[in-house]
Design a protein around this ligand. Sequence first.
Ligand code: MG
Ligand code: ZN
Length: 217
Amino acid sequence: MKISVVKNILEANERIAQQNRKLFQNENVAVINLMSSPGSGKTSLLERTIDAVGDRVRIGVIEGDIQSSKDAERIAQKGIKAVQINTDGACHLDGNMIRDALADFDLSELDLLVVENVGNLVCPAEFNVGEDHKVMILSVTEGEDKPEKYPLMFHESSVLLINKIDLLPYVDCSAEKIREVSLGINPHLEIFEVSCKTGEGIDRWAEWLSNQIKCKA
Ligand code: MG
Ligand code: ZN
């Protein structure tokens, strides 16, 4: 019984995600679903990304959090339109929540929409929202065992950003090991080692992201 209920929820979500995807395709908006644990640096990465490409890419942001509008306020400080979704306890964003938030955007004026998911390494990976790519962050303070413990997110993502590499001298964690295990789970994973604190490596991530932007007719 329980299994079929879960299946129905995922199927219903997939239908809405497909509708969102059509909408994004019609407007040539590239969409990234950004996922990680709480505190890995999703919002910091967004701030760095806006600094790196914001002068040539028109960006919109949807912020998902259980509560508060702190992240949307940080993004708005950069002069970027940010809509906050409060899930009131739900631990992931789904297609329906994104569809509702789209009412606040004019997609024809955007090149890139970034959805910052709720901080959680588990179920955000199960719910498509209509994105082109799932992008995940694992920071080196979380430990090199995380790809083996939470393989689905690594499997579903197109990009893995290994963040906080400035802290590598202080933690028992090898970026090389994260890389090796993650590629074992998903050989197609693009991996960038970055520090949102120092800005190291952000240029290569920004280049990958720029290559995802679609040509506006
Ligand atoms: Mg955040
Ligand atoms: Zn969840």
